[in-house]
Write a new protein. Structure first.
Length: 135
């Protein structure tokens, strides 16, 4: 049928979910990871498909080699996906082949050259945005 959609229907069936999480941090010799936020809505399959890392002040000190995105069970990005020793914006496109659990807590981990050992940079400013899709 050709029914009109009412505001009440739209409000009841719409979502304000942006499917993105964003966090910024300033290195201070004590941070080893930064909470970006949780993937929302339980009972869904989620795929992180893009990570944007904006380095406004290069990271340095504390044996920092780079940043990696972690979802509580696995690293989703590689160490060489962005060069945090340089100012710039790095766009990391990820294949939607690895799912992320609903409710997963997304974290940016600062790591040393082996890619997993925590680093504590002494200087630098970074903004990270994570986009994901739900199926």
């Amino acid at each position: 049928t050709n029914s009109l959609v009412t505001k009440e229907y739209v409000d009841a069936n719409s979502s304000t979910e942006t499917f993105a999480r964003r966090a910024s941090f300033t290195a201070n010799s004590s941070l080893t990871n930064v909470n970006i936020g949780a993937v929302l809505k339980t009972g869904t399959t989620n795929y992180v498909n893009k990570v944007v890392v904006s380095v406004t002040t290069a990271l340095s000190g504390g044996s920092i080699a780079g940043l990696r995105l972690h979802d509580g069970t696995a690293y989703l990005t590689a160490l060489d996906d962005c060069d945090t020793s340089e100012v710039g914006t790095f766009v990391i496109d990820l294949p939607t082949t690895t799912s992320t659990a609903s409710g997963a807590q997304l974290n940016v981990k600062m790591v040393q050259s082996n890619g997993t050992t925590a680093a504590t940079p002494t200087a630098g400013v970074v903004v990270t945005t994570v986009q994901y899709v739900q199926v």
